[in-house]
Ligand binder design. Structure first.
Ligand code: ZN
Length: 302
């Protein structure tokens, strides 16, 4: 079904600076260490987003920053998800490889400071996680808008890098989303296979307080894990979560800073050849999106 893809929204510089406090709104950041476009990205042990070193901050300002992308069904007000707002967060950004300085700048995630964003992983043949997450997110958006939901993407490939993880969280919060799903694929060892859903731990530190979202996020994650397995025919991860398809983390800014129910979904392991065959299949990605949509819908229907 066609959807109304609104153009990105320009924000004022003042608002953007206040909102992000990071290089997301700054141009002229030094760029270094970036892999060439299309090249094999750096592997990210412990994906997503363990700590790496800080980098120099930027000095010049950009006058406009793309905002989140909103879409809703043409027949608004109808469908099983009418009146619901769902934020989809495509993990990483294909441009991150060319913006090492910007994405390595640290942001506050409540429990500590962590790099703005990461490049993500890829298959051994070079299919990037960022390309995967955006593709699945587009498929998921179409399925959800067809059911009447309003859908917001944290980015839609329109910005050169990012958003930073704290901004990704704020987009979900500002939308007062009924559910937020951050789409990822893992970069683990060969033989490690399957999907898992990452749930927010109870965190109260600095600006982070997940107290109110731990419960509903777990329910959201359980629904997604169940429906994802059903739709894709794949199994919960054999290397994390003890076969439940669920993991809990307190080190992800995108979860720590969320005030609305949110989970990350690691759809498979890009570094495992068998999983990679699935992840690189458009037909499988459609099944993955279907599983995510079904899980979200099941959760929202109570
Ligand atoms: Zn990722």
């Amino acid at each position: 079904m066609p959807y109304d893809h609104r153009k990105t929204v320009r924000r004022t510089l003042v608002l953007a600076l206040a909102a992000t406090g990071c290089c997301a709104v700054l141009a002229g950041c030094a760029t270094s260490q970036a892999s060439p476009p299309g090249g094999r990205p750096r592997d990210v042990p412990g994906h997503p987003g363990r700590e790496r070193g800080a980098v120099p901050s930027a000095v010049r300002l950009s006058s406009a920053v793309p905002g989140p992308s909103r879409s809703s069904a043409p027949a608004r007000g109808s469908g099983s998800l009418a009146g619901r707002t769902i934020v989809i967060d495509p993990g990483h950004n294909s441009g991150n490889f060319r913006h090492s300085a910007e994405i390595n700048k640290k942001v506050d995630i409540g429990t500590n400071r962590k790099e703005c964003d990461t490049t993500g992983t890829s298959t051994n043949a070079g299919y990037t996680e960022a390309a995967f997450t955006l593709d699945v997110s587009h498929r998921l958006r179409e399925l959800l808008t067809a059911r009447g939901a309003e859908v917001v993407l944290t980015h839609d490939g329109e910005r050169p890098w990012g958003p930073c993880i704290d901004e990704r969280a704020r987009i979900g919060n500002a939308a007062r989303a009924d559910a937020v799903v951050s789409v990822h694929a893992d970069g683990s060892a060969v033989g490690n296979r399957g999907f898992h859903v990452i749930l927010p731990a109870k965190v109260r530190a600095g600006t982070a307080d997940t107290t109110k979202i731990v419960g509903p996020s777990r329910t959201l994650g359980e629904r997604i894990a169940d429906r994802f397995a059903h739709a894709t025919g794949t199994s919960p991860a054999n290397y994390i979560g003890d076969g439940t398809g669920l993991d809990v983390r307190n080190d992800l800014g995108g979860l720590n800073l969320s005030t609305v129910p949110k989970v990350f979904v690691e759809c498979g392991n890009m570094r495992d050849p068998k999983d990679a065959r699935l992840l690189t299949s458009a037909a499988w990605r459609q099944k993955a999106a279907q599983g995510l949509a079904d899980g979200i819908a099941t959760y929202l229907k109570g």
